[in-house]
Design a protein. Structure first.
Ligand code: 6JR
Length: 136
């Protein structure tokens, strides 16, 4: 039987492999692993909708997603990029306390994300310079 402790260890090992988190101490990684939730999405699911308000940060642990954006005055969304295991998204609405800047859509069944709520994000990783320097 897989125990909660084993899952926690798996999550910490995965977090260690995420480039964004590479300089964090084991102590902080353990706190992140303790605070996160695991979410699954079917193919085509909107994980984030552009323009919505948002309180969640996402790290992809399996599968890939498509980021799309509707530019002002346009009638259609445009594909901006795809993200995969080890990548993250959803930081903009948390850092800038603004609406979601883009939509994020699951590209295949069984997309798995580790999520942090706003409070844990701000407390545990909100200070990372990579996030603040990001200007897409
Ligand atoms: N741009 C998430 C990934 C991009 C990207 C460009 C932009 C904004 P969120 O999509 O965080 O939710 O994590 O807003 O909470 O090229 N993402 N690639 N966002 N915004 C977002 C990011 C992720 C959606 C992107 C993103 C812009 C361009 C012009 C304002 C004005």
């Amino acid at each position: 039987m897989r125990t909660g402790l084993q899952r926690l260890e798996d999550n910490i090992n995965f977090l260690r492999s995420v480039p964004l988190l590479k300089d964090l101490s084991s102590d902080v990684l353990a706190k992140i692993a303790d605070a996160l939730e695991v979410e699954f999405y079917p193919a085509g699911a909107h994980i984030i909708r552009q323009g919505a308000s948002g309180d969640t940060f996402f790290i992809i642990s399996a599968g890939s997603v498509k980021v799309t954006q509707r530019l002002a005055g346009r009638r259609e969304d445009e594909d901006i990029r795809t993200l995969q295991r080890g990548d993250y998204f959803g930081e903009q609405a948390l850092l800038k306390e603004d609406c979601r800047t883009a939509s994020v859509i699951a590209l295949q069944p069984g997309v798995e994300c580790l999520t942090l709520d706003r409070e844990s994000f701000i407390q545990l990783i909100g200070d990372l310079s990579e996030l603040h320097e990001k200007d897409y």
